[in-house]
Design a protein around this ligand. Structure first.
Ligand code: MG
Length: 383
């Protein structure tokens, strides 16, 4: 089922301590906002609006750098006003689902999204994840000792919360008060809609206090796995005047022979990424028998492998390529190669390594019959 999403990231979050607001801070190496934005896009959101204060436009752009498919809207003084601003910015039709989410709950998974969409498909007007209250609750009335509150039938509401766009917009417009609604399900309810609970998740915790970050880091670690892959490639030298290595053209008195541009560095690296994903090898994705890949720039192959990682909701952590040849000298081109790979993979330069070695005259590389390349890639995907 197609859906859109709104992430409310307009709060200043003063309870989480001093410094930048919590949605811009780093959680397990990634800005808090980016966690849920990536997760919602990976789960299939075809429109994503991030609602922020005017001051938040720049940090939001920084937090989501390199990610496509999102845009911003300016929020209001309350969560309700911010949600309405986000809903106004959507262009989906009225009967399509929208998920409204708080940036302070970074650890959304595709399973949470699917459960919400299924609840709407089954006839709910709104759906939200909720957890039964496990602790005994006590209430303190001013000037009195505390009393136990019956916790039976009490649930903790989480986000994202789902409703159909038209119904949610009109329910917000008709909110009767008093006060402001604190979530979207309450708004649908006030308009007479049926609200259904889906299974909540401790990992959907809200970052409120400084100590919440440590717990979220643990949930984040449990929700992600790191995978490693390696690749190897070799091509034969033949007559020519230049060679492509790691996406860089180098003038040379020979060239590498192959069906594509024979860039062994890019081929080894593509195989390393495919290996980390368990997605076979470059030949499975781009058969050498297929004429459309004749002379193809190998950038295409690497981009394809990187897109497969993103499509799984994952990211590449670092890559390392070793070129094995007597000639040409690689060192003068090494920085250009790293910059090219960093650009192709949308990685910072320090996550990309290119090294070179000779084999001291031994073997096929030593006899200068061919050039070999090996590569390793570390990626991270949802568990
Ligand atoms: Mg090859």
């Amino acid at each position: 089922m197609s859906f859109a999403a709104v992430i409310v990231a307009a709060g200043s979050g003063s309870r989480a301590g001093s410094g930048p607001a919590k949605q811009w801070r780093s959680l397990a190496g990634k800005p808090v906002l980016r966690w849920s934005a990536e997760a919602l896009l990976a789960a299939g959101a075809h429109e994503l609006v991030v609602v922020t204060s005017p001051d938040g436009l720049e940090p939001a752009a920084r937090a989501l750098e390199g990610l496509s498919g999102w845009r911003t809207a300016i929020g209001g003084a309350t969560r309700a006003a911010s949600v309405q601003s986000g809903l106004s910015a959507l262009t989906i039709s009225d009967d399509e689902p929208v998920l409204v989410h708080d940036a302070a709950r970074p650890l959304v998974s595709p399973g949470h999204v699917l459960a919400l969409l299924e609840a709407l498909a089954a006839g709910a007007d709104a759906a939200l994840p909720a957890l039964a209250v496990a602790d005994t609750l006590r209430r303190i009335e001013p000037g009195q000792s505390s009393v136990t509150v019956q916790r039976d039938h009490l649930w903790r509401a989480q986000t994202p919360q789902a409703a159909r766009l038209g119904a949610l917009r009109s329910a917000y417009a008709g909110w009767p008060g008093p006060g402001e609604p604190t979530d979207d399900a309450a708004v649908i309810e006030s308009a007479g809609g049926k609200v259904v609970l889906t299974p909540g998740d401790p990992a959907l915790m809200k970052l409120t206090y400084p100590e919440d970050f440590a717990m979220a880091e643990m949930f984040a670690a449990a929700a992600r796995v790191q995978r490693i892959g390696q690749g190897f490639d070799a091509h034969r030298w033949g007559p020519g005047e230049a060679v492509w290595l790691c996406g860089v053209r180098i003038d040379h008195d020979q060239t590498l022979i192959g069906h594509s541009d024979a860039d062994a560095g890019l081929h080894a690296l593509t195989d390393a990424i495919l290996g980390a994903l368990g997605e076979g090898d470059i030949g499975d994705h781009f058969p050498p028998t297929d004429p459309q890949w004749k002379g193809a720039p190998s950038d295409l192959f690497l981009k394809h492998a990187a897109d497969l990682v993103t499509g799984r909701g994952g990211r590449i952590l670092n890559v390392d390529v070793t070129l094995i040849c007597e000639r040409p000298k690689i060192k003068p081109h090494r920085l250009a190669m790293r910059e090219r790979l960093a650009d192709l993979l949308s990685l910072p330069l320090d996550r990309v390594s290119v090294k070179a070695t000779t084999t001291e005259g031994m073997g096929f590389t030593g006899r200068q019959e061919g050039l070999a390349a090996q590569a390793i890639a570390l990626i991270e995907t949802p568990a």
